[in-house]
Design a protein around this ligand. Structure first.
Ligand SMILES: Cc1cc2nc3c(=O)[nH]c(=O)nc-3n(C[C@H](O)[C@H](O)[C@H](O)COP(=O)(O)OP(=O)(O)OC[C@H]3O[C@@H](n4cnc5c(N)ncnc54)[C@H](O)[C@@H]3O)c2cc1C
Length: 482
C-alpha cells in the first residue's frame, strides 16, 4: 500500500498528490470517473471536433495562484491565452461595460464612473500578489498586512447599502455586480464583495485566460508531473469505504464533506459529524454548451473581444435574479455566465466554427433544462444567435452529481459561499483540513480558500499532512520549484 492515498483527481487532489510525490512519498490517486480532472475536464459533448470545457472554463485563479506560479504551467506545456477583454457585461440597447485587461482602458469606457473604478481597483491591482496570497491562504491568520486592511475596507463598503455610493451611472455597477454574482450568493454580501474584488482585480492583472486546447490541459499537466515523480492514478474506482486504505499513513479526500461522511461511515461522530451535517450546499448551475456555425453576433462593440461575458442585465436585475435563486426559485431571466474561447483559441472547434460555454444560476437540485432560457438571454444581447446553433448539450443541476459527486444538487462551489462557510470550511476548526480521523484530511474546494482552479486547497492540505504524518517540513512551494 502507498504511503499516501488521494481520493479524487480534481485540481486539488492532483495538486496534493504532486506535492506528496515530490516530497519522495509513494502516492496513489483513486478517481471515480473514467477520466481524470474533476471540474477541470474538457470533452466533445456536442459534435465531433468541438471541445467543450465541462466545468471550469476561465482561469484567472490558475494564472495567479501561488501553487501554479511555483509549478509553472508554461514549463509543463500549458499555454494560457489571455483575451484583451477579461469580461464584458452587455446591457439592453446595444451598450456594454468592458473590463479590459488594461485598467486605464477600462476606466476610459466607464464614462463618469471611470475614475471611481480606478479608485476602487487601482490600489488592489498594484498589490495583486499580496491580495492573492491573503485570499488564497488557509485563512488561519488575521489579515493585518496593508492589503488586508484595504480589502476589509472595500468589502465593508460593497456589502452594505454604501455599495452604490461610488457610482453615478449604470455601466460600472452592472460590471461589478456581474463579477460578484460568481459567488452564487446575493451580490451585496461579504462573500460577493470578496469574490468581485479578487476576480475584478485579477481581470486587470494577469487577466482571465483560457488554456489552448481546453481546461483539461491543466489537470493533464499535473497528472504528468505526478506520474513522473512515481505517483499512480487509478480511474473508474469510486471509493466507498475508507477501510480500503488501512495501511496508508495519510488519506486526502478531494471530495465534498457529504462524501467524507459516506466513506467514513460510523467512524465519524461527535461535534465534527454534527458540523458536517450542518454544512450547507448552495445555489447551483444548469450548464449548456453550444456548437456554433460562427462567432456570436454581439450587438455591443467590444463583446467580441471578451473571453467571458455576464449576461444578466442591470445591477437591479442581477440582484433580483440571485435573490430568487437564494430563495429556491428560478429567475425569469437568470444570471448567465458565458465563455467564448474561440476569441483566442482556434483549436476548440473546426475551422470557422465555435464552441460557446454557458451556465445559468438555478436553485439547488433543479431539474429544469434551461437551454431555451439561456438561448433567449444570449439572443437578447446578440440577435441572430439562435440561427448559429448547430447542437447543444445540457447538464441540469440535478444531473451534475452523476458527472462529479462533489457538486451536490449542482452546487458548483462544493458548499454554499456564505460568510461562515467562507471562513470556516467545512467546520469551525483551527485546522480545517484535518479530520478527527487519524491521518485523514480533506483537500477539496470544501476547504479554504474555497472553489476555483487554483489548487491551493490541495497545497494547504498536503502541507499539513507532510508535517504531521511524515515529519517533512519542506514548504510545498519549495518542492514545486525544485
Ligand atoms: C459548471 C462549473 C463551472 C465552473 N467554472 C469555473 C471557472 O470558470 N473557473 C474556475 O476557476 N473554477 C470554475 N469552477 C469551479 C472549479 O471547477 C472547482 O472549484 C474545482 O474543480 C474544484 O477542484 P477540486 O479538486 O476541489 O474538486 P473537483 O474538481 O470537483 O474534483 C473532485 C474529484 O473527486 C472525484 N471523487 C469524488 N468522490 C469520489 C470518491 N468517493 N471516489 C473517487 N473519486 C471521487 C470526482 O469524481 C472528481 O473527479 C466551475 C465548476 C463548475 C461545476
Amino acid at each position: 500500500m502507498a504511503d499516501a492515498v488521494v481520493v479524487g483527481s480534481g485540481p486539488n487532489g492532483l495538486a496534493a498528490a504532486v506535492i506528496l510525490a515530490r516530497a519522495g512519498l509513494e502516492v496513489e490517486v483513486y478517481e471515480a470517473a473514467d477520466r481524470i480532472g474533476g471540474g477541470c475536464r474538457t470533452g466533445e459533448v456536442t459534435l465531433p471536433g468541438f471541445k467543450h470545457d465541462l466545468c471550469a472554463g476561465a482561469h484567472p485563479m490558475a494564472v495567479a495562484s501561488p501553487f501554479f506560479r511555483a509549478f509553472d504551467l508554461a514549463a509543463h506545456g500549458v499555454e494560457l491565452l489571455t483575451p484583451q477583454v477579461s469580461y464584458a457585461h452587455p446591457l439592453d440597447g446595444g451598450r456594454a461595460a468592458l473590463a479590459w485587461r488594461d485598467l486605464e482602458h477600462t476606466v476610459d469606457g466607464l464614462g463618469r464612473d471611470g475614475r471611481a473604478w480606478q479608485r476602487l481597483f487601482g490600489p488592489l491591482v498594484r498589490r495583486w500578489e499580496d491580495l492573492v496570497d491573503l485570499i488564497m491562504s488557509d485563512m488561519r491568520h488575521p489579515p493585518v498586512e496593508p492589503v488586508g486592511v484595504l480589502l476589509g475596507a472595500r468589502m465593508a463598503e460593497l456589502s452594505t447599502p454604501l455599495w452604490n455610493a461610488r457610482f453615478r451611472e449604470d455601466l460600472a455597477p452592472a460590471l461589478l455586480t456581474g463579477v460578484a454574482a460568481h459567488a452564487i450568493r446575493p451580490p451585496r454580501s461579504a462573500p460577493g464583495a470578496g469574490v468581485s474584488l479578487l476576480l475584478g482585480t485579477l481581470a486587470h492583472a494577469g487577466g482571465w485566460p483560457v488554456p489552448r486546447g481546453g481546461s483539461q490541459v491543466i489537470v493533464d499537466a499535473l497528472a504528468e508531473d505526478l506520474t513522473r515523480h512515481g505517483g499512480r492514478i487509478i480511474t473508474g474506482h469510486r471509493v466507498d469505504d475508507l477501510g480500503e486504505f488501512g495501511s496508508a499513513a495519510a488519506v486526502l479526500l478531494d471530495t465534498a464533506p457529504a462524501e467524507l461522511q459516506r466513506v467514513a461511515g460510523e467512524r465519524l461522530s461527535g461535534g465534527y459529524a454534527y458540523a458536517l451535517d450542518k454544512f450547507r450546499y448552495g445555489g447551483a448551475a444548469c450548464k449548456v454548451d453550444f456548437a456554433l456555425s460562427g462567432p456570436v453576433p454581439w450587438q455591443a462593440r467590444g463583446c467580441e473581444r471578451a473571453g467571458t461575458l455576464h449576461l444578466a442585465g442591470s445591477r437591479a436585475e442581477i440582484v433580483a435574479a440571485e435573490k430568487a435563486v437564494a430563495a429556491g426559485r428560478h429567475a425569469e431571466r437568470p444570471y448567465v455566465l458565458a465563455i467564448q474561447p474561440g476569441v483566442v483559441d482556434s483549436t476548440r472547434a473546426p475551422a470557422g466554427k465555435h464552441t460557446f460555454y454557458t451556465y445559468a444560476h438555478v436553485p439547488n437540485g433543479s431539474t429544469d433544462d434551461l437551454t431555451e432560457t439561456i438561448t433567449a438571454q444570449v439572443e437578447r444581447f446578440a440577435p441572430g444567435f439562435r440561427d448559429l446553433v448547430l447542437a447543444t448539450n445540457v447538464r441540469t443541476a440535478a444531473t451534475m452529481p452523476a458527472h462529479n459527486a462533489n457538486y451536490i444538487g449542482g452546487d458548483i462551489s462544493a458548499g454554499a459561499m456564505t460568510l461562515r462557510q467562507t471562513l470556516f470550511r467545512p467546520a469551525p476548526r483551527w485546522n480545517p483540513y484535518r479530520t478527527p480521523l487519524p491521518g485523514v484530511y480533506l483537500c477539496s474546494a470544501a476547504t479554504p480558500p474555497g472553489p476555483g482552479v487554483h489548487a491551493m486547497n490541495g497545497l494547504h492540505a498536503a502541507h499539513h499532512a507532510l508535517r504531521r504524518e511524515f515529519g517533512i517540513r519542506t514548504h510545498p512551494l519549495d518542492l514545486l520549484r525544485a
